[in-house]
Design a protein around this ligand. Structure first.
Ligand code: PHE
Length: 450
């Protein structure tokens, strides 16, 4: 790593929360959570998800935060600096960087869909379309060749334009305004959904668990969703927290991020499922779920096209604050370890995502039959990152913070050099050392055996 450069930091505590929450909140909450919950039995999935957020999510956010802020460098160098360089801890960084580029690739496809839907909403397309028309529209659009690819590339190019300028101001300021706005809008849609006929069925689906539905694959899906939604296990949070100032309280920030992120996911569920049951649709529709259900809700509302356009625009913003955090992971690595200029590092990261993003975008059309392990490229990237790579990295991040790092450094990071008492310190260390790694491992083993 170059030693002469002074590292950037976020300008305020609010900026830290806004950027980290911006990374966490995105398509994972509004697009992925409802479709995963829909496929995995609703309430049982949500219950497992919330338990994983508490026992694995919050401790792991803390572990990434303290690794990042203690090291003040990119994810690769962080492990070299804080661990014993003879041991290969920095290999975790490679795994994290590969995962973040894989996520960036398929995520950009869905973000591209939000752009298409935003434009179509402005043109009033959804106002005139029936339920089956919406389904057809989605299938026709995503199975095409040019449009899904072009939107993916346009979205990635927008990332490039933001990222090459360096980390923050624009993004920090943008997320300060857009994230609260998205929240307000979600509440408005939620109220609207809950007033639809038969809405209670949807609420029950999300909140009344059928424990017999808690199969190993539901547990794996819920754990993967917790990792995905909290941006865990790829090193993104290590990279971001390397830009934190000394006075940021790590555990408090981690708890705020986890709470807000979960609130967004539940709100999204409370929009989708009541509407879904009201319109008599299937919860297990997969990735297309949100894109078919939401426009139906909008078309029932006065001024529906405006609501729809606003919603998809905000979803696009929520996506971009997540994707820049994914890309920042590899950019800081390429720039600091391979001594590239920020411009070149950005070009390389976005370029890689453009190639794989194109393959993912074509997975719904021309490449739908190209299956690897029975999955399309899109599904493969989605499934392996959330359900395998992120949790595996999570085990090791947790072990690294709990066992390998100098105890004094850990304590100092968590209490800002002893400037306040942290009542949960011991419990947190126990979670990092035992509970989180054991829980992740247990879910894997459970899946292999049953
Ligand atoms: N947490 C983001 C979301 O929910 C996705 C993400 C994953 C962001 C990994 C960064 C790293 O949309």
């Amino acid at each position: 790593m170059k030693k002469t450069e002074k590292r950037d930091t976020f300008s305020s505590k609010l900026g830290v929360i806004a950027a980290t929450v911006g990374s966490a909140i995105g398509l994972g909450n509004i697009w992925r959570f409802p479709y995963e919950a829909g496929e995995h039995g609703g309430a049982a999935f949500m219950l497992a998800y919330i338990i994983f957020v508490v026992i694995i999510g919050v401790p792991l956010i803390c572990s990434e935060f303290l690794i990042g802020r203690a090291s003040q460098c990119n994810v690769h160098h962080a492990f070299k600096k804080l661990g014993d360089a003879r041991h290969k801890w920095h290999w975790l960084a490679y795994l994290g960087i590969i995962s973040s580029l894989m996520i960036l690739s398929f995520y950009s496809v869905v973000a591209g869909w939000t752009m298409e839907y935003c434009v179509q909403a402005v043109c009033g397309t959804f106002a005139k379309t029936t339920q089956s028309g919406l389904s057809e529209y989605f299938n026709e659009f995503t199975s095409g060749t040019a449009r899904p690819v072009v939107w993916t590339l346009v979205f990635l190019f927008a990332n490039y334009l933001i990222l090459r300028k360096g980390l923050k101001n624009g993004i920090e300021r943008m997320s300060n305004i857009m994230t609260p706005l998205l929240f307000v809008l979600l509440i408005a849609f939620c109220i609207n959904s809950l007033c639809l006929p038969n809405a209670l069925e949807g609420v029950k689906f999300l909140f009344v668990p059928d424990f017999s539905a808690l199969t190993p694959s539901v547990l794996l899906g819920a754990m993967g969703q917790a990792f995905f939604s909290l941006s865990l296990g790829v090193g993104t949070l290590i990279t971001y927290s390397s830009y934190f100032k000394k006075d940021v309280k790590l555990v408090k920030s981690a708890s705020i991020v986890a709470t807000l992120d979960t609130a967004f996911a539940i709100l999204a569920g409370l929009i989708i499922f009541p509407a879904l049951f009201s319109f008599g649709m299937q919860p297990a529709a997969g990735p297309k779920l949100v894109f078919e259900v939401l426009p139906s809700i909008f078309s029932q509302m006065a001024g529906g096209s405006i609501w729809a356009a606003l919603f998809f625009f905000l979803l696009f913003i929520a996506s971009i604050t997540s994707t820049i955090s994914m890309a920042e992971n590899s950019i800081s690595y390429f720039a600091e370890e391979a001594h590239m200029s920020r411009e070149k590092a950005t070009m390389l990261s976005i370029g890689i995502a453009m190639v794989f993003g194109t393959l993912c975008a074509l997975s719904f059309g021309p490449l739908a039959d190209m299956k690897i392990f029975g999955k399309t490229v899109f599904d493969l990237f989605d499934y392996t990152t959330a359900n395998l790579l992120m949790p595996v990295c999570g085990i090791f991040f947790s072990i690294f913070a709990g066992w390998i790092m100098d105890k004094k450094v850990v304590r100092n990071q968590l209490t800002n050099d002893g400037s306040f008492r942290l009542p949960v310190l011991r419990a947190l260390i126990v979670c990092l050392r035992y509970v989180a790694p054991a829980a992740i491992l247990a879910v894997f083993v459970f899946n292999l055996i049953f």
